[in-house]
Ligand binder design. Sequence first.
Ligand SMILES: [Zn+2]
Length: 113
Amino acid sequence: MKLSWWEWLPFRRWRIVGTVEFADEIPERLPKRAVVLVASGGPPKWVGFKCPCGKGHEVLLNLDEGRRPTWALSLSETGKISIAPSIDYLDGGRRCHFFLRNNKVLWAKDSIR
Ligand SMILES: [Zn+2]
């Protein structure tokens, strides 16, 4: 997938920048708050984005109800993104635990950043 230059502007809000067919087609470099959906014809199966902690690691969440754990992505009428339940990323000593509600990131207290 190709990203427009304006997607790299720093003040852009959370938004869906595109859809790819397979998760490995999600670009390695993604702008902040840019969400990529993985779907091949049907409803999206995965959602990928860079973690808002800024360390540059990717978060990939399953949206397919047939597979656990499952997250739900929803859009408000004005296009604001919510993901439920919370996103809990563990890697070695790091824990990125946050909520994305209406385009706002809320960090859980047990995060280790
Ligand atoms: Zn993180």
